[in-house]
Write a protein that binds this ligand. Sequence first.
Ligand SMILES: N[C@@H](CCC(=O)N[C@@H](CS)C(=O)NCC(=O)O)C(=O)O
Length: 234
Amino acid sequence: MTSRYMLCSFKTCPWVQRAAIVLRAKEVPYDITYIDRDHRPDWFLKVSPHSKVPVLVIDGKDALFESSAIAEYLDETVAPRLHPADPLARARNRAWTDYVPDFAEAISGTAYSNSEEEFAKAAGGIAKPFGKLDEALAQRGNAGPYFNGPKFSLVDAAYAPFLQRYTFLDRLKPVGVIEKFPRLAAWRDALLAHPAVKASTVANIEAVWQENLILRKRWLGKFVSQSVLGAAAA
Ligand SMILES: N[C@@H](CCC(=O)N[C@@H](CS)C(=O)NCC(=O)O)C(=O)O
């Protein structure tokens, strides 16, 4: 019997997006419930020990938290398997997936800087994780376009939201880092073109992400144009 899935989210959360990408890649229908960051409902607080999204509710009774655990659970229970079949390749994929929080922090820390100085300093820190991933892509032993070759996998789902956020950031205020890492740039392009990634967010995600910079009073928000705010509200 197929299960019913409900993802609990804030509108722009890249960690929820990771779980949504896995569900989309497996062509599993799911509902998504957006909760208010400032007024988190009691039912959510009961099942999310760190008060964070995502939470995945299965068949209205079981709840999982942490995007990595959710992705692994879905991969073990819903075909087709996205992790590589080879244990060595799978372990290497997991090892790189464990690096996602550092990679994400370099990008989010830049986007959510509070001043121009903070922004410049944080942007200077993006090259290090980008270089590491570029090197991992050099050593993966295949020609892509995804991490493991032609087949989209869990490690792709984990990095895609953050490469998308970097792209949003770079479009708003060019930092020009990815150009120095052609393998990473090609991986980013393939990930952002993948149907599961494209379908994993609200349609106007870039506008909503930009609006969020303003709502959270971040320095980068001053580059957001008024027309974008209209698009975010749409
Ligand atoms: N390690 C967590 C990170 C999730 C996370 O940081 N989610 C953010 C939203 S994007 C959150 O809920 N933050 C708590 C807050 O804003 O108070 C995961 O992978 O699920």
